[in-house]
Design a protein around this ligand. Structure first.
Ligand SMILES: CC(C)(COP(=O)(O)OP(=O)(O)OC[C@H]1O[C@@H](n2cnc3c(N)ncnc32)[C@H](O)[C@@H]1OP(=O)(O)O)[C@@H](O)C(=O)NCCC(=O)NCCS
Length: 177
């Protein structure tokens, strides 16, 4: 996939170092379940796992700068793809060094379009921990609509339960086929 400033493609094992650049930063996984990575080997293992997974319920895309094709700046995960109900969930991470320029919005909007056009799904949902304001703003910028608060929905690294906000976007609007 190509956008104005980005290439969105499958991950490669060579992306491990760029990935480690952000997985090692505590702020990146603050609202996520995993601990910051301690070495690049963890990223290599992660990419190998992604590349060996050939099921059709999950897709990983790397976000790469079109102006510097060697530079991975984030990734997007599509998961819980449900063919029967034509829906899936999406999550995303951007290297904070590239934050505040609209790259994540550009990438996520393109991936949502790809999900509708190529996978033929009708609903994309995304969840964020209440308080993950940057994620929530991104969902809104991508045209997603707030649907409600899922109480005590996720347990984070501190062992506490957190509520999550759910947003979605539907192809052609709600209840349109
Ligand atoms: C969620 C996350 C991807 C959002 O990153 P981001 O940098 O805020 O998002 P974008 O790249 O779309 O940039 C948007 C910002 O750039 C600004 N911007 C500049 N040019 C822009 C453009 N052309 N288009 C859109 N926004 C633009 C926006 O105003 C916005 O700024 P603001 O935050 O001050 O309002 C990032 O915070 C992240 O990786 N968080 C950690 C992982 C995580 O929690 N993921 C979510 C799991 S639910």
């Amino acid at each position: 996939m190509k956008t104005e400033r980005l290439i969105i493609r499958e991950l490669k094992i060579e992306d491990a170092l760029d990935m480690y650049e952000y997985t090692s930063k505590p702020e990146v996984s603050k609202f996520l379940t995993w601990e910051p990575h301690l070495n690049v080997e963890q990223d290599r293992e992660f990419i190998n796992k992604v590349l060996s997974n050939k099921d059709k319920e999950s897709y990983y895309f790397g976000i790469v700068l079109a102006a510097d094709l060697q530079k991975l700046i984030g990734c997007i995960h599509i998961y819980d793809v449900n063919e029967r109900h034509k829906r899936c969930e999406i999550s995303y991470i951007l290297n904070p060094d590239y934050s505040g320029k609209g790259y994540a919005t550009e990438a996520v909007a393109a991936v949502i379009k790809w999900i509708f056009m190529t996978l033929g799904l009708r609903r994309v949902q995304a969840l964020c921990i209440e308080g993950n304001v940057k994620s929530e703003c991104l969902m809104k910028r991508c045209g997603m609509q707030y649907e409600g608060l899922l109480k005590n929905y996720a347990v984070l690294k501190d062992g506490k339960s957190y509520s999550m906000k759910i947003y979605s976007i539907c192809r052609g609007g709600t209840d349109q086929l």
